[in-house]
Write a protein that binds this ligand. Structure first.
Ligand code: PGA
Length: 262
């Protein structure tokens, strides 16, 4: 298991699979062959629109993996417009985002997140479970929101699957173009400790320590290392910046160098 995990979330971008492939290949070029090969310092992946899977999976290199952003937990049925995890699993993506706030905003609840998590694990796809509060209150109620999101998402997860799970902390107020402001590394640190505590309550210290905690929300080339060094996290979930190979590539290289020289 590598020390850090960096996931790019392309969301509903780019406009075509040809452009997607270009982003993928340009990023590979920037990170270079050493980081693009499996190593103990970091692992990376792009979570892409699932329609691009056939093209991108064909061109995949070992350490720049491919994942998806969402799929449904039932295998087949009367669900117009949906694609199931079972269908997706044919392409063998490595990761899947679960419970992203933009999916929750379209009606997904904690129980759905749990069903999807369990189905992804059954299909050998690693779930990256996204949690985070809409806004912060001064009494710390947002910590309870996060606890509930994690406890429900992980209901029924077997111990043997723990290493296949990551939790991404994404405060909704810090995500996307409409972000109120960026979170600070100190705010990230507070929540990463809380998440570790919730996981420890559920699985014990040893098992909980195997779960990677990522930070996501307007991460860019200027603040990425700050979250890694001072945010208490084991990786990043990056939206907009992951579409810009030179920036995403720089973040990957910086984290690799940091992990190597630690
Ligand atoms: P952002 O998106 O980096 O563009 O804020 C992060 C996410 O929503 O996963």
């Amino acid at each position: 298991m590598s020390e850090f995990l960096i996931i790019g979330n392309w969301k509903m971008n780019p406009k075509s699979n040809i452009l997607g492939l270009k982003i993928y290949k340009d990023t590979l070029k920037i990170i270079g062959p050493t980081i693009a090969s499996k190593n103990k310092y970091l692992e990376t992946a792009f979570c892409i629109p699932s329609i691009y899977l056939p093209e991108l999976i064909k061109n995949k290199k070992k350490n720049l993996n491919i994942g998806i952003q969402d799929a449904y937990f039932e295998s087949t049925g009367a669900k117009t417009g949906l694609v199931s995890i079972e269908m997706i699993s044919t392409y063998k993506p490595m990761y899947a985002l679960v419970g992203h706030s933009e999916v929750r905003a379209r009606g997904e609840n904690n129980t759905d997140v749990n069903q999807k998590t369990l189905e992804y694990l059954r299909k050998k796809i690693k779930p990256v479970i996204c949690v985070g509060e809409t806004d912060r209150d001064q009494y710390g109620a947002y910590l309870n929101t996060i606890r509930e999101q994690i406890e429900t998402a992980l209901m029924g997860v077997a111990r043997k699957d723990i290493t296949n799970i990551s939790i991404a902390y994404e405060p909704i107020w810090a995500i996307g173009k409409n972000a109120v402001r960026e979170a600070t590394a100190a705010e990230c640190f507070e929540v990463s400790i809380h998440i570790r505590r919730v996981l420890t309550d559920m699985f014990g210290v040893k098992e909980a320590s195997k779960i990677k905690i990522l930070y996501g929300g307007s991460v860019n080339t200027n603040d990425a290392m700050n979250f890694i060094e001072h945010g208490g996290v084991n990786g990043l979930l990056i939206g907009r910046t992951s579409l810009v190979p030179k920036d995403f590539g720089k973040i990957i290289k910086d984290i690799y160098t940091y992990a190597k020289n630690k």
